[in-house]
Design a protein around this ligand. Structure first.
Ligand code: SAH
Length: 692
């Protein structure tokens, strides 16, 4: 079987599909998987174990044999819990082959091979009967098939099928039930991830205000879930308009229906305000009594209980189709609609009659009609709405633009061309090549320009930089080349260096005295101790007394696959860390020149100045727009005494996890970490190596 892996090429800015051979063993999937994080989730594991023990006891007390079905066994953990709790037999189903193989090894190593049968199938393919995968139906159903949205990994259809075909009626289910909670809030910060706020520009001839077209104002956006570490959102960034209410529950011990449906609750606003966002999370009652409860509630809901950090389950942010003013005490109705895999929300002011309200509940999942939500993802909306950032670009454009400037912008979905026009450039063009997921960005831009009476002012060139022709530029040479730079295919910070490649490709069109904005970029690096993020890549050893080292080894092998240990992108505003070294500039990229043929490398050492565990290095880019004006896509601020870092909230930074952690203690003779970093100009990738 051939496997194709998609990856953006940072030198061309486009997606390439690489064919992987027979030996492709899903290393990326394993290396970046959430298994380690789940194994480190003590709260989850201990509660599942408790629930499984109780379920096995209940079945035994009835004088029955305990036959367990564990759907999605992963490492085999929940089956091993059941077996050691006294279950007579466990069927452990796992669809992902490398994991099923690992489960076999782990089960054997822990001495449960006679009690646990690992079946490498999707649960809906499992057969029951004397010649089947399972001898008989199970009377205990154990699963952990939930994502942050609860149902996004297909838990509902899996349960529906299992109740019909794989388990007995009246079976015990661990967990027993799940409940989804919601809270209505107003939040300028989170709302800025969904819609474009007006952009104010002080121009020579007065203030200009850039507004979004009306289609964008009323667009429901995209259906994909917005899952974040809500515990990192300070309470000053939102205002709660309702209490926390139960939205819906699913009882896993009874037949489950996965067909689309909706749920509705009445809310009495505790405060007047603008309803924009529904925050949501869930909990599971592992046992029927509800005594063993595992909750994803954020910090302000249960301020006294200790929060378990986890990354495999977070909280959800849902955007209402449009902002609704609500009054304190004046009831509103919140509807949750769901299909098999996702949930979305609507708010109604009045309760219509049963028949009527069926029509008014929007049962269709949100579909972006304005195309802006296809062009800009949520962090990108946030970035474009960041007024401080916009001011830096305006200030620098003002420095470099002249009335006779011929300006070309190379960046995806950028507002820079409009800013350049407002600030007086004579001729403005921007390159917006079509993308697979967004044909004809042209149409979106036309709507945008129309709303701002800019129809003939800015020209969109739907070509790729290497295909730029003099006619695109009305036979003029470019005097100002601008970019943010930002490209939708970029995964790691340095992938936006595609701007440099594009600049190189359009070289022949540049005037001899061209100004390039940004004039340069630099790569910065800092050694950090993570508060929690280290867990996702750290070996677990034993989990609830079971030896899971096989899993640790498997993750380690995958990380070292082809000896290409790589940095990975993480939005660090969600993952607090402490700096252990000074931030250091390690490489610079001169955009006034073309991309050189040779690689750019550097070596050096960085001193550990603070006591702590060195989990890894964080890397980010800074762009030098014009003299004295820079923007950082990484570190924004560093508090010196404790080393707490503030990160750009709209960007992902690169994290390179060290394979071994060192603890720095002494400050008088600081330990040094040596590094070697290489930017390969042929591939656009950065390779790095650290020695502790
Ligand atoms: N039970 C383990 C792993 C949970 S992760 C634990 O609690 O630690 C969920 C696993 O279920 C994944 O490995 C995924 O591949 C698998 N999976 C999801 N749906 C499945 C299905 N319907 N049939 C078989 N495996 C499934």
């Amino acid at each position: 079987m051939k496997t194709f892996c998609g990856r953006a090429n940072p030198t061309t800015g486009s997606m390439e599909w690489l064919e992987e051979g027979e030996d492709y063993d899903y290393h990326q999937e394993i290396a970046r998987s959430r298994y380690a994080d789940m194994l480190h989730d003590k709260d989850r594991n201990a509660k599942y174990y408790q629930g499984i023990r109780a379920a096995v006891s209940r079945v035994k007390e009835r004088g029955e044999k305990a036959i367990v079905l564990d759907i999605g066994t992963g490492t085999g953990l929940l089956s091993m819990m059941a077996a050691s709790a006294g279950a007579d037999f466990c069927y452990a189903i796992e669809v992902f082959k490398p994991m099923a193989n690992a489960a076999v090894k782990i089960v054997e190593k822990n001495g449960f091979s006679d009690k646990i049968k690992v079946i490498n199938k999707h649960s809906t393919e499992v057969t029951v009967g004397p010649d089947g995968d399972m001898q008989c139906r199970a009377n205990i159903l154990v699963t952990e098939l939930f994502d942050t949205e609860l149902i996004g990994e297909g838990a509902l259809p899996t349960y529906e099928h299992a109740h019909k075909h794989l388990v007995q009626e009246g079976c015990e289910a661990v967990p027993h039930r799940a409940t989804v909670y919601v809270q209505l809030v107003e939040s300028r910060r989170m709302w800025s991830w969904k819609k474009l706020f007006p952009v104010h520009v002080e121009a020579e001839d007065g203030e200009k205000v850039l507004v979004p077209p009306s289609e964008m104002e009323n667009c429901p956006g995209v259906p994909s879930v917005c899952d974040i570490q809500l515990n990192q959102m300070p309470s000053s960034d939102f205002s709660t308009l309702s209490d926390v209410v139960k939205m819906f529950s699913v009882d896993f011990s009874k037949p489950v229906q996965s067909a689309s449906t909706y749920y509705r609750v009445q809310l009495e606003p505790v405060k007047s305000g603008k309803a924009q966002i529904v925050l949501s999370w869930w909990d599971i009652d592992v046992d029927p009594s509800g005594m063993i409860n595992c909750s994803m509630a954020p910090y302000w809901v249960k301020p006294t209980s200790a929060l378990q950090w986890r990354d495999h389950w977070m909280q959800c942010v849902y955007f209402l189709p449009r902002e609704e003013p609500v009054l304190q005490g004046e009831k509103v109705y919140l509807t949750a609609c769901r299909d098999e895999y996702s949930v979305w929300y609507n708010l109604q002011k009045a309760r219509a009659d049963e028949e009527e309200h069926k029509a008014d509940v929007c049962v269709e999942s949100p579909v972006c009609r304005c195309r802006a939500h296809l062009l800009w993802n949520r962090p990108r909306f946030g970035e474009l709405n960041d007024q401080n950032r916009t001011r830096q670009y305006i200030k620098s454009l003002r420095k470099v633009l002249k009335t006779d400037s011929v300006c070309l912008c190379i960046s995806d979905g950028s507002l820079l061309p409009v800013l350049a026009h407002y600030l007086g450039a004579k001729q403005v063009q921007c390159m917006q090549p079509s993308r697979i997921d967004l044909y004809h960005p042209h149409e979106l831009w036309q709507a945008f320009f129309k709303a701002n009476h800019l129809e003939d002012k800015i020209k969109i060139i739907e070509a790729r930089p290497e295909l730029l022709k003099p006619s695109h530029l009305e036979d003029k040479k470019i005097s100002v080349l601008v970019g943010e730079p930002f490209f939708t295919t970029s995964l790691l910070p340095w992938h936006n260096l595609y701007f440099w490649y594009a600049r190189t490709a359009v070289s022949t069109h540049l005037a001899s005295n061209v100004t390039v904005l940004p004039q340069s970029a630099s790569l910065h690096m800092m050694i950090v101790e993570f508060q929690d993020l280290w867990r996702i890549r750290s070996p677990c050893g034993t989990c609830e007394g079971f030896d899971v080292q096989t899993m640790d080894d498997m993750i380690k092998d995958s990380l070292n696959f082809r000896e290409s240990k790589e940095a990975e992108p993480h939005p660090l505003w969600e993952y607090p860390c402490k700096s252990l070294s000074e931030p250091q500039e390690v490489l610079t990229f001169d955009f006034t020149k073309t991309v050189p043929q040779h690689c750019l490398s550097t070596e050096g050492s960085v001193k550990l100045l603070r006591r702590g565990k060195s989990h890894g290095a964080v890397l980010w880019m800074e762009y030098h727009l014009a003299a004295d004006i820079s923007v950082s896509t990484g570190l924004m601020q560093l508090s010196n005494e404790k080393g707490n870092c503030e990160w750009n909230p709209h960007c992902k930074q690169a994290v390179y996890f060290f394979s071994s952690v060192i603890e720095s203690e002494i400050l008088s003779d600081p330990t040094a970490v040596t590094y070697a970093i290489n930017f390969d100009t042929k591939t656009g990738e950065i390779a790095m190596d650290f020695k502790l």
